[in-house]
Design a protein. Structure first.
Lengths: 293, 328
């Protein structure tokens, strides 16, 4: 990339994000969690040893989020868990967008029987209820020690289909425009038409979808961990949620309420950051949906 | 007519592939499908588990040496006869379980859909028309925050607040165990009370997405030329708001209503399990836990049929209510 195209990229895509209120707040929230996962996890110590003298302590200066039923600091666990949560969520969103874009562009561009076959494949993934299917698929791999990439892929398999359908519709409408005809008449290679003419136009759209996938990827991965269907980092927030509810019995004693509360607060705040950012991007690139300014 | 035939062949292909995929997935899960029944036999007759396993297998008609392909053939030929299979754990046909549990799920989902759609349309239109005011800010912010709460966490919160802490709602079931089902006022009231928790957990996230979608559609319609023209013609604001803006903004949402109901069937699993509400989602969760492959495959098939039917209906509804759309 030349310096000029970098400046253009900044001017077209990055700068507007700081000027829109929603995307700015969303970015701040997401950056905060990314900082937590990178810097925070190496600065904050993690002491998982149980300390029964300090169990179920209310939030204080010493324990910002209080302690759990083993007397372990909740804040430390949240900080260290954010590493697993963020990496898993971003990877799953990225994979879902990658698969969705490739399949969607292929479906939009290909004609005849090949296009029909891809169409049926997309539809199959749309009609199979995704969360239950994810549960079954994870149960199959439950005994294996999966790494982040493999779990992210399990999640992404059930997220890409709606995106592929939308992208194929976009490609179908771009395909009929004059400049594509021109490229075809000029005998441009297929690679050029796909990447320079079609995918380039879709970039803002793909970017919005990457951010929107964060919600789905978070929900799925937290749900998976919550049900204990994937072995992973014990400080992953989904596993903490399971402990807070069932092991510590937060549902039946008010003592452990802060445990449940802080885990849920962090899950919801992270997803909310993603939602705000995607709403902001949508307002920037599609001014008609703009609400109050 | 040609369109309809093409569409039916297409959806049939999707159905067969989806169901076959599910069959392979479910049958590759670790665990013995006869195990659930064997445990209950071993308990009832006080015998060793190995012996019970053999009895269970013969009762279920499972041959452990039978290949996946043969089982698949049996499953498909049963499916053609409208038989969704056999549940090992409950020792009865899947159709039986469905006829017992599906009405509860449909009861909750239809109440939730009705409530969320009506309230969502109202709030969304209100937000768009009060653009730039506090009302709009509150409606959109609350809807966005609700969207950030994963539905199963919302279900846990509702259970915690209304059933455990305030004790306003029951802890589970579809009706109290000590009351015989009847058409008495008391029974119907209790039934609603039991459905309220799962209903709210399903309706609230839906409400938020209908609100945001309706707000977006309304602001788009408000920019259209025919609205400006109606204003110039001197029509009253209330007429424009109802007949011109709202009706046009609702159109695309009515079509997605059918699809939404279809997807809710699949998304209801965790909510029903959390509330112990005996709909198909509850049995689904149970089937995963006890590795009841027959029940799992049957329920999956039912949901896929529901979603495909909903997609088909949505296409038709859309062409009926929007004269600009012609079925190709």
């Amino acid at each position: 990339m030349t310096k000029e195209s970098l400046t253009n990229f900044y001017h077209d895509y990055i700068h507007p994000l700081f000027r829109n209120k929603k995307s700015l707040i969303g970015l701040i929230i997401l950056l905060m969690y990314i900082l937590m996962a990178t810097v925070g996890a190496s600065v904050v110590p993690l002491n998982m040893n149980s300390n029964f003298a300090e169990r179920y302590q209310k939030p204080s200066l010493k324990h910002p989020f209080g302690t759990d039923y083993f007397g372990v600091d909740i804040f430390q666990q949240i900080v260290h868990g954010s590493r697993a949560v963020i990496s898993l969520t971003l990877l799953a969103s990225f994979l879902a967008v990658l698969i969705g874009t490739i399949v969607g562009v292929a479906r939009g561009y290909l004609e005849g029987i090949a296009g029909k076959i891809i169409d049926v494949i997309i539809m199959v993934f749309l009609v199979i209820p995704s969360f239950p299917a994810l549960l079954i698929l994870s149960a199959i791999f439950m005994d294996k020690d999966l790494n982040v990439l493999q779990i992210a892929l399990l999640v992404a398999i059930w997220l890409w289909a709606p995106l592929a359908k939308q992208i194929s519709a976009q490609v179908l409408s771009i395909k009929t425009r004059d400049f594509i005809e021109a490229s075809k008449i000029l005998n441009m290679p297929l690679r050029y038409i796909l990447f320079n003419d079609i995918v380039k136009l879709l970039i803002p759209y793909i970017f919005i979808n990457f951010v929107m996938q964060i919600k789905g990827a978070m929900e799925f991965s937290v749900g998976l961990m919550f049900l204990g269907l994937a072995k992973f980092d014990p400080t992953h927030w989904g596993i903490m949620l399971n402990y807070a509810l069932y092991q510590a019995g937060a549902l039946y004693t008010t003592q452990g309420f802060h445990y449940l509360f802080f885990v849920i607060l962090n899950i919801v705040l992270l997803i909310y950051g993603g939602i705000l950012l995607s709403q902001g991007i949508e307002e920037i690139f599609n001014p008609r949906v703009r609400g109050n300014e | 007519m040609n369109y309809v035939i093409n569409r039916v062949i297409y959806l049939l292909a999707v159905f067969v592939i989806a169901v076959s995929g599910i069959f392979v997935l479910v049958n590759n899960m670790p665990g013995d499908p006869a195990y659930g029944l064997a445990v209950s036999i071993a308990q009832q007759r006080n015998m060793q588990i190995e012996q019970a396993l053999e009895i269970a297998r013969s009762m279920m008609g499972i041959d452990p040496d039978e290949s996946l392909l043969t089982r698949y053939g049996k499953f498909m030929s049963n499916l053609l006869k409208g038989n969704l299979g056999y549940s090992a754990f409950y020792n009865t046909s899947v159709n039986d379980i469905i006829s017992k549990s599906l009405p509860w799920t449909i009861f909750v989902i239809s109440l939730a859909t009705l409530l969320s759609f009506v309230v969502g349309i109202f709030l969304g239109a209100l937000a768009a028309q009060k653009r730039g005011t506090v009302i709009e800010w509150i409606i959109s912010t609350v809807s966005s925050i609700i969207q950030a709460i994963p539905p199963f966490i919302l279900a846990v919160l509702i259970l915690f607040v209304f059933s455990v802490t305030l004790r306003l709602l029951p802890l589970g079931g579809a009706y109290p165990v000590d009351v015989e089902p009847s058409f008495s006022f008391e029974f119907i009231y209790k039934m609603f009370l039991h459905a309220l928790g799962p209903m709210l957990a399903t309706a609230i996230p839906q409400m938020a997405s209908w609100t945001l979608a309706m707000r977006g559609n309304t602001s788009q319609v408000m920019e259209e030329d025919f609205i400006r023209f109606a204003e110039i013609r001197g029509l009253r604001d209330s007429v424009i708001a109802k007949k011109y803006i709202r009706n046009n903004a609702v159109l695309p949402l009515v079509a997605s209503l059918a699809i939404g109901v279809g997807y809710m069937l699949g998304g209801h699993t965790l909510v029903e399990s959390i509330f112990n509400y005996p709909g198909i989602g509850f049995y689904f969760g149970k089937a995963i836990a006890v590795r009841d492959f027959g029940l799992l495959t049957g329920l999956f098939t039912l949901i896929v049929i529901g979603v495909i039917a909903a997609t088909f209906i949505a296409d038709f509804v859309y062409s009926l209510i929007d004269p600009r759309v012609k079925l190709k």
